[in-house]
Design a protein around this ligand. Sequence first.
Ligand code: 5GP
Ligand code: MN
Length: 340
Amino acid sequence: MGDINSLIKQLNTPNKIVITTHHKPDADALGSSLGMANYLIKKGHNVKVITPSDYPGFLHWMKGNDDVLVFTDKNSKQVEKFIDEADTIITLDFSVLHRINEMGEMVRNAKAFKVNVDHHLEPEDFADYRLWDTKAASTCELCFELIVMLGDKALIDKDIAECLYAGIMTDTGGFRHPNTTQNVHEVVAELIGIGADNAKVAKEIYDTNSLNRLKFLGFALSKKLEVLPEFHTAYFAITNDELDQFESKTGDTEGLVNYALSLEGIVLAVLFKDSGDGIKMSFRSIGDFPANEIASKYFNGGGHRNAAGGKTDGTLEETVDKFKSVLIDYKPLLDSEKNK
Ligand code: 5GP
Ligand code: MN
């Protein structure tokens, strides 16, 4: 939607730009945000990255991280001022405004030229220019393509390349998921060619665990993994006390759900997490099984077919029970995916 020329024209003169991304940014969300921010700063724009919540410490190495404004109840007026005064607002790695919490209505009401770059399935029509491709593995891949379309490939430096590489690496599950296309490899080849240190990025993201995080993983695997063999489903239900016991920080449960999915014969895996203000769910599935459908129909969420999320206000037990009752309807699909 919108024409690339409208964006080129918009960015022709120095702009006040706000870049934002979804709640609890992951590597694709923060990598695309800081990748674009570093690029637009080089172009002479005045750029502020604002996230609707905090994000894991294993993303803090990205260039520009120290200048990110993290929305809190205390700074909401300051955030609103940035959004109101922006000439351009760039929204990355989400396409429904409620994914940025209170900032959603601020962005909707802002007078700025709005840009949306995303690969999720449920678009909302709020942008003046949208680069939206559900077949893209990551928003970082789309940002690379956007910078190329804007004629600025030469401006991509090592720092920008590493931000973008991070999101592509994680959204493809380390180049293992079916979304790891030829184009993904072509883009990462370009990024490495520009100077991205791929081994450094992988180490920063995957190999900087705290001892508590590893102990929590051991606890979850040995005590909390539940299997529902008749539904080819496995899940973890983690209480708030258990998170506290291991001093769990933002990002510490990232990747846990994949262990449930790695069990042989499992089609659907879920992490239920009582974060203290509601239950957060992460769904992962294999093949054609639509995890996002369960997330959006029953758990106020959404996402991709094989990776989705949702939330409820009920208790952990109620949420797990509801999930189990939903599974009954999906048994034929779960069976057929298992037998493929
Ligand atoms: P994760 O399980 O890693 O939090 O999220 C997996 C995928 O689902 C991501 O693409 C994420 O953007 C999406 N997702 C996670 N939580 C929500 C949610 O509450 N609402 C929607 N619409 N998407 C979500
Ligand atoms: Mn993404």
